[in-house]
Design a protein around this ligand. Structure first.
Ligand code: ATP
Ligand code: MG
Length: 252
């Protein structure tokens, strides 16, 4: 079942991660942004769609311990810890909105940071594996991250997250601000990571392209989930067409 030559497959030949979120609430200060959000992230690629300000980033921040949360979050049936380093240790990695690379540092040094919980030899081995998965980055190891194109920087951000061999990878708008060809490349990378056994939860505003690569989707509006389903069905749903694509679904 496992082909060792398939990219992204290092150390994930264990059970694929599943996340269950029940009645999640989170926000900044007294006003909640997310209210009673429940959903499931199964193995494969799950996308969360929603307009600006819906709470998509807030959701990923709450799940990675960057802001406090209420409700229940279970990773493979076990309560997820609240502290970020414990969450990382459980195998969750986040590629934050806007990449947040260290622009004055090289690609290599940025990748090193993705392995902050690993020993030095483990880290070196993982970086080698990640560079095999992202051959374009191998040629750029010594380049300052800040001098790379937007698409290349996003690739470094994803690669950095993969250094920790996550079982669940969260991506916050990986295609933001990229040219169409790079959008396709980044979404294809997300798909390949999911196919290789890392469960992927991705936030996107590129509705059509995201649903084309995802297995399942949810739509978040004003802090609540308003639609969900298999990606192919959602892509044809009236919610998606009227709200995001500005037309009526084709009645085929
Ligand atoms: N640090 C913060 N302090 C206070 N309010 C915040 C903070 N960050 C976000 N918010 C508010 O929380 C709400 C949800 O924001 P969030 O960033 O989660 O939306 P989003 O769906 O990720 O939007 P976008 O698509 O623009 O990235 C917004 O009303 C926003 O103003
Ligand atoms: Mg956001």
């Amino acid at each position: 079942m496992w082909h060792s030559d398939t990219p992204f497959e290092h150390g994930v030949a264990t059970r694929r991660a599943r996340l269950r979120v029940i009645g999640l609430s989170a926000g900044y200060g007294p006003l909640p942004v997310l209210r009673d959000v429940s959903f499931e992230v199964k193995p494969g690629l799950t996308v969360i769609l929603g307009p600006n300000g819906a709470g998509k980033t807030t959701l990923l921040r709450a799940l990675t311990g960057l802001i406090p949360r209420g409700g229940e979050v279970l990773l493979d049936g076990e309560e997820l810890p609240e502290k970020t380093h414990e969450i990382v240790q459980r195998g969750i990695a986040l590629v934050p909105e806007g990449r947040q690379l260290f622009g004055q540092m090289t690609v290599d040094d940025n990748l090193e940071l993705g392995g902050w919980l690993l020993t030095k030899p483990q880290r070196a081995e993982r970086i080698e594996g990640v560079l095999n998965d992202f051959p374009k980055l191998r040629e750029r190891r010594a380049q300052l991250a800040g001098t790379m194109s937007g698409g290349e920087q996003q690739m470094v951000a994803v690669a950095r997250a993969m250094v920790s061999s996550p079982r669940l990878l969260m991506l916050d708008e990986p295609s933001l601000g990229l040219a169409p060809r790079m959008v396709d490349e980044l979404l294809a990378i997300a798909r390949r990571i999911a196919d290789a056994g890392t469960t992927v939860l991705m936030v996107e505003q590129n509705v059509k392209k995201a649903l084309a690569v995802a297995d399942r989707g949810y739509v978040l509006e004003r802090g609540s989930l308003v639609a969900s389903g298999p990606a192919a069905l959602l892509a044809r749903s009236s919610v998606i067409h009227e709200t995001y694509l500005g037309n009526a679904p084709r009645s085929t």
